[in-house]
Every structure is written in C-alpha cells, then in structure tokens.
Design a protein around this ligand. Structure first.
Ligand code: USQ
Length: 411
C-alpha cells in the first residue's frame, strides 16, 4: 500500500514513516519544516539536533534497505499537494501536518491565525486532492482527546446517542476545546465529517491524548534517527517535559492543583494505532472516530511516577505546583471510552517504572544540552477575570465538577 505521510519530519511523523516502510508499506513523506523554523524563531531548540528530512531518509535507507520518498513543501499550497498526489498516487494519507501545540496557538495574533489557517486549509486541501485523484484513498487524521474538554459525563468514542422528547438521534459528541489549537481539531473533524457525507470519502480520526517517549525499534540502531524531541513550554508535552526537568534538577512544573487528567500513550502505540487503522480502513462515506490513548493519569500522578523513577537512578526530583498559565479545570470528572482500537487489535504499552527509567536514561545522554531557561511556561491563556466554574462542563455558574445525582434523590 502506498502511504503518504503529511508532517513526516515531526515527532510522530518520522517515527511512523520509518516503521511503516520497514513493515513493507511504500512510504513518502511531506513536510514544510514549520516545527524547525518555529523552534528557531522562538529560541526553543529540541533536546538534540536531528538531520534534515532528506538526510534522515537517506540514512534510514542505507541502514534498513527501505526507500522513502521526500517532498519538501506546504500542504496548504494546493498545486504542490496535487503534484505529490499525481507522482505518488497514495492509497492512504496520514495527516500529521497540523500545528500541534496548544501554547503556540495561544501565544498571540500571528500564531493564532497561522494555527487556524494551517490546520483548516491543510485539511481542506487534502480532502480536495483525494476527491480529485482517488476517492477511495483513506484519510487518517491525527485528532486530539482535547476536543472533548472535560465534560461532567462519560466521553464516548466520537458520537453520542441522544434520546430527546421520545425520539433518538446520533450526533457527533459535543466539544468543549480548551485552546485554539484544540478548537481547530474540532473544526477539521467537522470538515471531514461533512465531506464524508457529501462525497463519500473514507476517514479515520484518531483522537489522541498526550504522547510520550523517544525510542522506537527503528531508531535504536542509530541515534540520528531519533525523533525531534521538545521539552520547552511551547512544544513539549507534559511527560516529556517532566523527564527533562528531572534530569536537569529543576522541580517538575505541575500547573495549578495538578488534578488535570488526560489519556496518555507511548509513541509506540501511536504507531501501532495508525497501522491498525491503515490495515482496517474506514468504509466509503464513514467518518470513523477512535479515542487513542491507553491509560489516564492526573498531572500529580505523572509527577509522582517520574519522581520515583528518578530516585531509581539517583536523581533527587522535586515537584512544584506553579500558577497555571492555562485556563482549564484542575479537578474534574474524566471517563473516556477507548475500546475501538483495542477491538482492532491494539496491544498497549503501559507507563511502567522500567519504561520511565529507560526514557530518563536516554535524556541523561543529552543532559549537557538542556537549556533550563526553556522550562518555565511563558504563554498565558488569558488575562481577563475568568470564573473558573465555567471551565469544566461549561454549563453555567453551577458546580461543574459535581457528580451526577443518583436518581433515587429525586423520588
Ligand atoms: N501540564 C503541566 N505542566 C507542564 C505541562 C503541562 O501541568 O509542564 C499540564 C497541562 O496544563 C495539561 C496537561 O498537563 O493539563 C497536558 O498538557 P500537554 O502540554 O502535555 O498537552 P496539550 O497541551 O493538551 O497537548 C498535547 C499535544 C497535542 C495533543 C494533546 C492531546 O501537544 O498535540 O493533541 O496533547 S490532549 O491533551 O489529550 O488534548
């Protein structure tokens, strides 16, 4: 199967590309180097430098014997995208080419407009390219669990069946995103769902939680094959940040009370989920949604685990609750369904002490490159007076975190 990976230079795109090419898929990668440029512009360089995409693809081919096509260009440039479709004729496309950082999207006007434009135009261009070249081409789009927010009821897998005044209908699950980035993931999902209904395209939307990890089987033979790994306040995700903070001797930055709970997964499981979706594609006209994570943790729980793993390596890890730069519920109900990918065959990797120690050891190899100035969060979500009771279920000035009342109380 010919698989085109948009955003193939990124943290997840590169690891996915190597894995799929080794598994016998014919792979081509596309990237416009946005992440590299933004890291340089904001002075938030990754933990270690990685060769450019051409060099990585050549190195990968020399080690594995698996060739990989490289196209440098912008998915928002429609003539460029259609030229790639014409030359490669993909049968599936994995769309990782969105601006993925919530803090970046909240940094200012320029970053907000870039996030909106990039994430929506890239998705719309992809849909049109598929319609123009091969309507059967399966689109796998990386979504986010953050589209749902933290509602005070269970989160279903994409859809919600509603009984209303004696009738029943199934809707997309209601969304309450917590950053502009997450909002664009709601909007691109709506776009894809719309075109599934209009044109019969086939789409899988993978609503992924925060990912952690560095090494995959493919990167182990040569450190130059590791993914771009950020630990700064803009592009770093929470667990990756905590690992670097533990090694740097900086107290772990728990934002606010630390009860924020999310669904996490190892980068190995991201790759496994994408492969499962490729091999068992959505049907024509189907907008298929999976909640892509393996286990849930609060930020406090993650910090405690990193602290314990650090102790095994003789690192004295402190934890500090610092003022939350984001507007988000810090204590909330969280119970998302995530059975779809398990039923396709996912064999999860869990966040064990061994996994944490292994990741800490890789970070220790690069301890001299850590720039402590990149750790403390600078981007603030808002400056106005916000009543935090509106942040949870968004149902008005009631107590959003209150559990549903048992029905016997009404009697
Ligand atoms: N957090 C801390 N301390 C830190 C960094 C983060 O307490 O130093 C907290 C945040 O406030 C948040 C949670 O940890 O409550 C997760 O933050 P994150 O930065 O790891 O994740 P987020 O900004 O939500 O975004 C990341 C990826 C994004 C993906 C998303 C999945 O950057 O691309 O879509 O995880 S999810 O969070 O489920 O929406």
């Amino acid at each position: 199967m010919r698989v085109l990976i948009l955003g193939g230079d990124g943290y997840l795109g590169w690891a996915t590309a190597m894995h799929l090419s080794r598994q016998g898929f014919e792979v081509a990668v596309v990237d416009n180097y946005f992440r590299r440029r933004a890291c340089t512009e904001l002075n938030r360089e990754p933990l270690f430098p990685v060769p450019n995409l051409h060099q990585r693809a050549e190195l990968w081919e020399s080690l594995s014997g698996c060739p990989m096509g490289v196209h440098i260009g912008d998915v928002c440039d429609y003539p460029f995208l259609t030229s790639v479709f014409r030359s490669f004729a993909p049968e599936a496309v994995i769309h990782y080419a969105e601006q993925p950082a919530a803090p970046y999207s909240m940094r200012g006007h320029r970053e907000a407009i870039f996030t909106l434009t990039n994430n929506l135009v890239s998705t719309a261009n992809l849909v049109h390219a598929v319609q123009e070249h091969n309507l059967r081409c399966h689109i796998i789009k990386l979504g986010t669990m953050g589209v749902y927010g933290t509602p005070n009821i269970d989160i279903e897998e994409g859809y919600l069946e509603v009984d209303y005044k004696g009738r029943r209908h199934t809707f997309l699950y209601p969304k309450t995103p917590g950053s502009l980035y997450h909002l664009t993931k709601v909007q691109d999902g709506d776009l894809l769902y719309f075109y599934c209904r209009m044109w019969g395209i086939r789409v899988t939307d993978l609503n992924q939680g925060p990912v952690y990890g560095l090494d995959t089987e493919e990167s182990r033979p040569d450190r130059r094959l590791l993914p771009i790994f950020n630990y700064d306040d803009v592009f770093g995700t929470v667990l990756n940040r905590f690992l670097v903070q533990a090694v740097a001797g900086v107290p772990l930055t728990v934002y606010g009370r630390g009860g924020q709970t999310r669904g996490y997964l190892n980068i190995l499981d991201t790759i496994a989920c994408v492969k499962l979706a490729l091999r068992q594609p959505a049907a024509a006209g189907q907008y298929r949604v999976f909640n892509q994570f393996v286990e849930t943790f609060s930020v406090n729980e993650l910090a405690a685990r990193v602290q314990a793993a650090g102790q095994e390596l003789g690192l004295a890890v402190e934890i500090q609750n610092i003022p939350n730069p984001r507007l988000e519920a810090e204590e909330h109900y969280y119970n998302p369904v995530h059975t779809g990918l398990l039923s396709l065959g996912l064999k999860p990797h869990y966040l064990t002490a061994d996994v944490l120690v292994d990741m800490l050891q890789t970070v220790l190899d690069h301890r001299r490159s850590i720039n402590k100035a990149l750790i403390f969060p600078e981007v603030q979500w808002g400056s106005g007076e916000i009543d935090k009771r509106f942040l949870g279920a968004g149902r008005g000035p009631g107590d959003a975190s209150r559990s549903p009342q048992p029905s016997c109380q009404a009697a």
